[in-house]
Design a protein around this ligand. Structure first.
Ligand SMILES: C[S@@+](CC[C@H](N)C(=O)[O-])C[C@H]1O[C@@H](n2cnc3c(N)ncnc32)[C@H](O)[C@@H]1O
Length: 318
């Protein structure tokens, strides 16, 4: 089976969790297996990786790609959402014993490129967007939710300023003709939001982003991961998360800051340093770099989809 996905911030992420033989690492979003492969390579011969993905197509690909590692026990593959990480690691007896956790939040290239998955407004397909293929589809949401709820979804998850107008128009139109295909919805949003002349982006970009995040419960998944990760890591274990839009990055930044308290600043007056260190004693982790790591110009040139990636890393205290 063909599964074409170019891994983003590959070395920065994997090296960021300090891979060592003999330790266990988690890849929450294995996808095409790029981060998993490098984790396995850099933790050889004794390192172990537990990899998650909720996409059945990704899991089928991973089973083929890592047939040997699955057989020899260096890789454990879990088909399911990474919000089940805590449960899965407790069952494996690994809670509190993990040296590093990686998450590359978002969609894989095959999810976007295969029109049948229903993520893309560029290629027509069923209005689906479910990574797992289970639960409510985007069509169920668009045709079933109230005007108020649709407007909330578009505004909160897509930051769409015309959310109310778009929701009102959808509700007025869907009874006569339900929204079943991606191009149908994209064209409709474009016709309603024709005053969107400010950018090169398609007028439906934010509505599609919002629906995808809602259908896959992406923000809840992320919040659960950040909440559970510190319990699962061993002291000095690291959590590395790549995100692709500001909504996710804001959650990660905010949660990391909460877990870390104030960052330790260098060269502070003694009195202030004492207070800050006192505060830090009550925190559980430390932010590794004050600013996110971004892809290099060369990476963006080679893989345009990497352009909005941001990597943040947190280290659990002793
Ligand atoms: C950007 S791709 C990861 C690519 C991967 N790092 C690689 O190098 O090939 C994101 C993957 O995460 C999966 N995914 C997204 N959210 C998930 C979640 N909450 N639980 C499990 N898998 C998830 C998607 O199905 C997709 O395959």
């Amino acid at each position: 089976m063909q599964f074409k996905h170019t891994t983003v911030l590959l070395h920065e992420t994997v090296v960021g969790v300090r891979p060592k033989s003999g330790e266990t690492y988690i890849d929450c979003t294995a996808g095409g297996g790029g981060h998993t492969a490098l984790l396995l390579e850099l933790t050889a011969p004794q390192g172990r990786v537990v990899a998650f993905d909720r996409d059945p197509y990704a899991c089928a690909h991973l089973k083929t790609r890592f047939e040997n590692e699955l057989k020899n026990g260096r890789l454990i593959l879990k088909h399911g959402p990474f919000s089940q990480l805590k449960l899965a690691l407790t069952e494996l007896g690994l809670s509190g014993k993990v040296a590093g956790i990686i998450a590359d939040i978002g969609v894989s290239s095959p999810q976007i490129d295969d029109a049948e998955r229903g993520f893309s407004f560029m290629n027509n397909g069923p209005l689906d967007m479910r990574m797992s293929g289970e639960g409510l589809s985007a069509a169920d949401v668009v045709n079933g939710e109230s005007e108020f709820e649709l407007a909330r979804i578009f505004y909160e998850l897509g930051e769409e300023v015309k959310s109310r107008q778009i929701a009102r128009a959808i509700v007025a139109s869907r009874e006569a003709r339900p929204f079943l295909e991606t191009k149908q919805l994209a064209d409709f949003v474009k016709s309603v939001a024709r005053w969107h002349t400010d950018s090169k982006k398609h007028a439906a970009t934010k509505v599609f982003q919002a629906l995808r995040i809602h259908v896959n419960q992406e923000l809840g998944e992320l919040a659960t991961l950040v909440h559970d990760a510190l319990d699962l890591l061993k002291p000095q274990g690291r959590l590395a998360i790549i995100s692709f839009h500001s909504l996710e990055d804001r959650i990660i930044k905010h949660e990391f800051q909460k877990l870390a308290g104030r960052r330790r600043e260098k060269d502070l007056p003694k009195e202030l340093a004492a207070i800050i260190n006192q505060q830090n004693q009550n925190t559980r982790a430390e932010i590794i770099k004050p600013f996110p790591t971004l892809p290099s110009e060369a990476e963006v040139k080679e893989n345009y989809r990497s352009r909005s990636a941001k990597l943040r890393i947190l280290e659990k205290h002793l």
